[in-house]
Write a protein that binds this ligand. Structure first.
Ligand SMILES: [Zn+2]
Length: 648
């Protein structure tokens, strides 16, 4: 273990002797002498930029590897689990790489990879990263080394933003409209993109700060990695809707001279996702279903629980159908695996890790174990535990097994004592009183801290903080416990969550305050009218709406959409393709005006004043509806109680 004397982590604590011993023990338990991943991560390297640091038009840094220079050190510092340190170093590989003849990847320029396939006329781009600025820089790096070829097609492998957001950096929408560039995506792509980003947007953004550690300083005592890659970029997120959608379980298309077999894999890592096999190139692209870590059945940023069983099934089918004819397998994160024997072994182990996780969780569930009991007991089988690519740098067996329990049985463990407990702050006040008061609880927790019982100390101090948010001692001790847990974590997402929690206990929310990041205009353009009304329903303040009734016809003048919206019993409901003859009013507007309203760029009153909205009937009713809508903020507390107030 090397010292981290140059760590840019001022004020953060060193590892305790117990954490040092824990992390040192990892060195003996895993095959650190196996260097194959380091060779694979560098294989096919062509070139990179002198400095991997990208800025947006305003000059703000949106992604940088410069802050990660501390990872040059091979030996893990005491404050990082050596297994995670290894992954963090692997994820530093960056630039343009050749995967196989005609297939190239940009890696390390964002959390995801951009794959470039050379066709007969131009190139096919798969997954243009998160930010347009970076996707552009990646394409230019490719052009610099391989010659300037036009983009013939873009393929989105799935509905997550790190696989489409940079699209305007690589294609001009005019070329798409003119038919010069086609854009392909899996079935339900647009629906899933808009749903995920719009309905539960605010809490996911806030919680993602914990998962990715984007606000943490980078360094041996801060963020070192995100498991799946370094960190998410923060540039311009764009979206051009697909011109062609893959709807059948298997579809074969020849795109710019390249034969591609698409295999839909719905409800795996994303609700809309697909694998691709390139028979002529003997290469298999598994999107995000087989990466060099155990993935998330449930990401701790919050999401609907994914189907681990389907995940294993589609990997098995892909292996059966394609792998025998492949010389290389790769994904839209991490590095490829070359050689038929190796890739067959890799895919079998990936498949089995998800299947084991799923089946053993259900087996223990069927024995009546509760989610935390299952999580405590489950671990990789011995035949898999020394396989780096199934270790939990991103997802963990622990939180994934709890998610699988949730998928089948929900949040409730069937113990009626847990059916209707007091809410967090009230419960904490009673706990702390029963503990003999905050001072007594803190004194005992200090003894447990000295013994290294960080999990318990973090929980006990959280009770004190929820009872007495102003307790500086409880906050400090709770933060110290979370910090040591972070230092010990093999999972990057757990480390980030623990360290972000420690940071907020010590310094408050800081940068986490502020308005929610607005859904980008490209994503809003893809929002269906149904989803727009779903969003209005979510924003409706039910208490304010008490006793109100509204019936409003909506007409979109350019698209011809007709919806009728009803407010009664404090609930907004709607019917598509309907108008009510007895409506209070009929609202007519065009889609661009609606987008402006959704994006909050155009206040309703202004749109009416400008004549962009016309209202037949009682115009006051539309204003009444908008006055009942809430605004959301991502500045809500996580590690301390909500202050009294509306919505809290
Ligand atoms: Zn991804």
């Amino acid at each position: 273990m090397s010292a981290d004397a140059q760590a840019p982590d001022l004020g953060l604590k060193p590892a305790t002797p117990i954490t040092c011993a824990h992390n040192r023990s990892v060195l003996g338990s895993l095959p650190f002498g196996d260097r194959a991943d380091f060779e694979d991560a560098r294989r096919g390297f062509i070139g990179t930029l002198p400095k991997v640091e990208f800025r947006n038009a305003e000059g703000r840094v949106i992604y940088s590897l410069e802050d990660y220079a501390f990872l040059d050190e091979e030996q893990a510092p005491d404050t990082v689990n050596p297994s995670l340190w290894r992954q963090a170093r692997l994820n530093m590989a960056n630039g343009l790489f050749e995967v196989t003849e005609r297939i190239y990847q940009i890696r390390g320029f964002d959390i995801s990879n951009m794959t470039i396939i050379e066709g007969s006329r131009g190139v096919i781009i798969i997954d243009p990263l998160i930010s347009a600025e970076i996707a552009r820089a990646g394409l230019e790096l490719y052009w610099q080394h391989r010659g300037r070829k036009p983009v013939a097609a873009v393929i989105y492998s799935h509905s997550h933003v790190d696989h489409f957001g940079g699209v305007r950096g690589v294609v001009d929408e005019a070329d798409v409209k003119a038919g010069n560039v086609i854009i392909l995506a899996p079935d339900r792509f647009m629906e899933e993109v808009t749903k995920e980003n719009v309905l539960a947007g605010s809490p996911m953004i806030r919680r993602a700060m914990f998962q990715f550690g984007g606000l943490l300083p980078k360094g041996p005592r801060g963020q070192v990695d995100a498991g799946l890659g370094k960190v998410t970029s923060r540039g311009t997120v764009t979206l051009i809707p697909p011109t062609q959608v893959i709807r059948d379980p298997i579809e074969v298309h020849t795109i710019d001279g390249v034969e591609i077999v698409f295999q839909l894999t719905p409800d795996t890592e994303a609700p809309a996702e697909m694998h691709m096999f390139y028979p002529g190139l003997r290469a298999l692209n598994l999107a995000e279903n087989a990466t060099h870590n155990l993935h998330n059945i449930y990401p701790i940023r919050g999401a609907q629980v994914r189907d681990a069983n389907a995940w294993a099934k589609y990997l098995n089918e892909a292996r059966d159908r394609f792998a025998a004819k492949a010389d290389v397998v790769f994904a839209q994160h991490h590095w490829p695996v070359w050689g038929n024997r190796r890739l067959l072994d890799y895919l079998a182990k990936q498949r089995d890790a998800y299947k084991y996780l799923h089946d053993q969780t259900l087996r223990l569930m069927n024995h009546g174990l509760k989610a935390p009991e299952i999580a405590e007991r489950l671990a990789l089988p011995r035949s898999l535990e020394r396989e780096w690519h199934v270790r939990g740098y991103y997802g963990t067996f622990s939180h994934n097994s709890k998610a699988i329990y949730q998928r089948y049985l929900g949040w409730y463990d069937a113990n009626p004592a847990n059916l209707n407990p007091l809410p967090p702050a009230e419960r904490a006040a009673k706990y702390v009183a029963y503990m003999g008061g905050a001072a007594a609880a803190i004194a005992r927790a200090r003894e447990d801290f000295a013994r290294g019982e960080y999990r318990w100390v973090a929980e006990a101090m959280s009770q004190v903080v929820f009872a007495e948010p102003g307790s500086a001692e409880a906050r400090a001790l709770g933060a110290d416990a979370l910090e040591q847990l972070g230092y010990q974590s093999e999972s990057a997402t757990w480390r980030n969550a623990y360290l972000q929690g420690a940071r907020e206990l010590r310094g408050g929310m800081g940068l986490a305050r502020g308005a929610p990041t607005r859904a980008t205009s490209d994503i809003v353009r893809g929002v269906s009218l149904d989803l727009f009304f779903d969003l209005l329903g979510i924003r409706l303040d039910g208490e304010k709406a008490e006793g109100r009734t509204l019936l409003i016809n909506w007409q979109l003048s350019d698209t011809g959409d007709r919806h009728v919206l009803t407010l009664q019993n404090c609930a907004l409901t709607y019917l598509a393709d309907r108008q009510a003859s007895e409506a209070d009013c009929t609202v007519t507007l065009d889609r661009a005006t609606l987008n402006g309203i959704i994006l909050r760029e155009l206040p309703l009153a202004e749109a009416i004043a400008q004549g962009r909205i016309t209202i037949a009937g009682d115009a006051g009713k539309l204003a009444e509806l908008f006055a009942l809508l809430d605004d959301f903020s991502i500045g809500f507390p996580v590690v301390e109680p909500h202050r009294a107030g509306r919505g809290a």
